[in-house]
Design a protein around this ligand. Sequence first.
Ligand code: EPZ
Length: 421
Amino acid sequence: MDKIVVKGGASLHGSVEISGMKNAALPIIYACVLVEDKCIIENVPDVRDVALSLNILRDMGATVNNIAKNTVEIDCTNLKVGTSRSELVRKIRASYYLLGSEFGRFGRSSVAYPGGCDFGGRPIDQHIKGFESLGGTVNANCDMVEITAEDGPRGANIFFDFVTVGATINVMLAAVLAEGTTIIENAAREPHIVDLANFLNTCGARVSGAGTDVIKIKGVTSLHGCTYAIIPDMIEAGTYMIAAAATGGCVRLTNVIPKHLESVSSKLEETGAVVDEYDDSVVVTGRDTIRKANVKTHPYPGFPTDMQPQMAVLLTLANGVSYVSEGVYEKRFRYVDELLKMGAAIKVDGRTAVIEGGKPLHGADVVAVDLRAGVAMIIAALCAEGTTEISQIHLIERGYDDVVGKLKSLGADIEKVSYPD
Ligand code: EPZ
């Protein structure tokens, strides 16, 4: 079994290059199913969820070649609809983008019900609402989701009951080759929605309004191949920003889009850190004292839910009581039990964690309960007295490209250690 072992106490200094965004790369990889041509995708992060998704497409008959570092060539011309392997699909949630892209290209789809991190129920009712609006007949149970439409998807107006990244993406994928025009209202506005729209338009689609809450898609008859570079990962960037502030260090993050980081930068400055913004980099300087702050997570441009565990760790080091409210998922505090093992004083009440800051953290044996919780444990370990061993680190490797190497280059005392099972 592999573990990450951290000896706390070092403050982080230096420069780190941010990788391509996992949550932009995944929809764009599955969007290649719509394209009967070669697509070259650049700045692809080297993370488990991306590798798994590329294997799912290979398995279905696509040609997938890694042609350079962080560059992959995908040709789905010969991909067979409905042939994805359930045991692979169930490992991650993003594989459900096959529903939209298969339905969009073939007029039908059959995919195992998705997996993904355990944050309570993660239903797909809004995805189904979207597919049905586009003329699909959807048959979904806890094993499989199947969509059929005699004449393929047809443009429609869809108003989501609430903001959902996944359903916005799935309807975009289903609508780009549909007959007619689709209008999505109450759409998600995340940067990776814009990145997907830009990729699709580079392939000849006609998507407008991405980044706002109204997205208009005029169906086209086919898409052509292209070369496209994924945007930088704003969640990876936010993670290193918080690590710099928490350890009282000074870190430059390169290959970022500062605008995507605004909610995190603003909250960090509220706690006393200094964030200097440049064209494609930011510099975060931590202070000796960390001020308490309150955080509520929201869809973009609000404070990202995927930054909630990391922010909670910073606030355990702050002077005073802070409140962290989870506004997206019904439960995303499973990591708190692990922080309590390190001496944190946190009480969870429903969707709010009350953090009594200022208690020093000490090393312990802890578990990465999910991707972002896992990286939050690394930040806690960097700030703790003594040594921390983190297990289940494959969950961290789902979404962080070389996290040990990057932190080591910033001065952290961190190793990945293999133990016989
Ligand atoms: C995407 O998940 C991300 N995953 C998540 O990041 C991220 O936390 C989330 O968006 C919010 O930003 C990927 O991009 C692969 P949603 P997704 O559709 O698509 C409810 C990470 O750490 N909901 O906005 O699931 C349900 O509770 C991961 O990288 C419905 O009830 O986000 C769902 O969990 C974790 N019905 C929540 O909204 C629906 O039909 C958020 O869903 C759809 C969603």
